[in-house]
Design a protein around this ligand. Structure first.
Ligand code: IMP
Length: 452
């Protein structure tokens, strides 16, 4: 069992910690959050929605949460759905039921707070709009992009609107149908019917004590000023960030620390935790410069380690470490703690892997070391996104020793040290704390400190 030094480190730095992914999502953020959660009173989701999928363990049973913060697994934690989120309330109700089914008390426990400024998602509206046009990006189909578009368009699509002025929302749907009717087949009656059902469900969840409604979006800011320990839980990851990622092959929210603050109202983050895997995976479309070329090896890896998207079940594309992407992500997030999850499954990559150390632009002779080049051709095949840009690779030996369940870094075999050292040296990580995941269970990880 690892000691509490990670929590002590966070506690010394201040009352707020934030966790974000540094690659393409699915880094195992839920595990780090679970390790920290016992210290924090509030665990907060601030962006994204049902596109996220965090696998957690409650009472010895695995379950996937899409909306509710994974830190909610703790006994005394309150999970907050922040105003930066886009939420299908029906699937929230399903998640509550699933938590109850594994023995967690959910009623009258002050377990879940929903901020009134969060956006509601109706599958018949935003979900349907998500099937038009964005298919080329390979979205999760949960209505995320359209929900944020309507928000930016200042449509009446917040939960405050749903609760206090349903008729105004319905008028809004009518004008939206007129706006989009040329390209889509939105059905006004179906939207209104679904809206009424979602509203009724929400009011019942509030009434029965499953959800506390916060129309002023003030839960987190009040907790901050009351010095309550707050854990901000990121979803997706920096390479999918709307501003900093591989646009347009991104999700529609700010997945970095700034998104955690703006989407929750928390004015500061004292401990910044970045999570990565010792290899790369991606679901959906977009450039993937370190993808394994050997399809058989990829299949073996997917089957051996279960690398499928937690939300959609789609097979994740597997790749080696890409240090251009990692430097890009680390320079734009500057974490204090770097958590490298799933170190134990590294051996499945085979004896050696071709890590990407730079990109070379053949036309201009420019080398990209720590930032992504602009995308070139969005219309063509996958290999045209960075047409004329060649990844420069280097072979790195993959350690083969079994480290499953190790909780003391001193027991990590020497064979792992060159790989770990490469991550630290090449990624530009400037913090002093490291965490390594060594197995799927909550307490299977170890910590290390970089000498000053
Ligand atoms: P959207 O978020 O559904 O709009 O999808 C946009 C892109 O982000 C697609 O490539 C998705 O596969 C990807 N994506 C969204 N959420 C996640 C996630 O939680 N993990 C991994 N990929 C995600």
């Amino acid at each position: 069992m690892p000691d509490n030094s990670l929590i002590d480190y966070c506690r010394e730095r201040g009352n707020v910690a934030g966790v974000v992914g540094l690659q393409y999502g699915d880094e195992g953020k839920g595990k780090i959050i679970t390790a920290l959660q016992k210290h924090f009173k509030l665990v907060v989701r601030a962006q994204g929605g049902g596109n996220a999928g965090h696998t957690i363990m409650v009472n010895g049973k695995h379950l996937v949460l899409n909306h509710l913060p994974s830190g909610l697994a703790g006994d005394e934690t309150t999970g907050v759905l922040g105003q930066g989120m886009v939420i299908n309330i029906k699937t929230v109700a399903d998640e509550i039921k699933r938590l109850e089914a594994v023995g967690k008390q959910m009623q009258d426990q002050n377990n879940i707070v929903l901020m009134g400024g969060a956006q509601f998602i109706l599958p018949s509206l935003q979900g349907k709009l998500d099937t038009y046009g964005s298919a080329a990006i390979g979205t999760t189909g949960k209505g995320i992009g359209p929900a944020y578009s309507l928000k930016a368009d200042r449509q009446p699509t917040t939960f405050n609107d749903m609760v206090t002025r349903p008729d105004f929302c319905k008028q809004g749907f009518e004008s939206l149908i007129n706006k989009y009717s040329q390209d889509t087949q939105l059905d006004l009656a179906a939207i209104i019917d679904e809206f009424d059902k979602h509203r009724e469900l929400l009011l019942r969840l509030i009434d029965e004590g499953y959800i506390r409604f916060d129309p002023e979006n003030s839960t987190v800011v009040d907790a901050y000023h009351g010095r309550t320990p707050i854990l901000l839980e990121g979803a997706q990851a920096l390479m999918l960030d709307l501003n900093q990622g591989t646009y347009p092959f991104v999700t529609s929210s700010d997945t970095g620390f700034s998104g955690l603050m703006s989407g929750s109202g928390c004015p500061d983050i004292n401990t910044r935790i970045g999570v990565m895997k010792p290899y790369t995976t991606r679901v959906g479309a977009g450039p993937f410069m370190s993808q394994l070329v050997d399809a058989e090896q990829e299949e073996v890896f997917v089957n051996a380690v279960g690398e499928r998207g937690a939300t959609t079940g789609r097979m994740r594309s597997i790749g080696a470490l890409n240090f251009v992407e990692l430097r890009h992500a680390l320079r734009r997030t500057c974490p204090d703690i770097l958590a490298v999850t799933k170190l134990d499954i590294l051996p499945q990559l085979g004896a050696a892997t071709n890590i990407v150390t730079a990109y070379h632009d053949e036309a201009s002779e420019k080398q990209y070391q720590n930032t992504l080049p602009p995308m070139r051709d969005l219309t063509g095949r996958v290999d045209r996104f960075y047409d004329g840009i060649i990844p420069i690779t280097e072979s790195l030996t993959v350690p083969q020793a079994n480290i499953a369940g190790i909780t003391d870094f001193r027991e990590i075999p020497d064979a792992y040290h060159p790989y770990i050292q490469k991550i630290i040296n090449e990624s530009g990580f400037a913090g002093s704390r490291l965490v390594f995941g060594t197995g799927p269970d909550n307490d299977e990880y170890c910590e290390a400190q970089i000498a000053a």
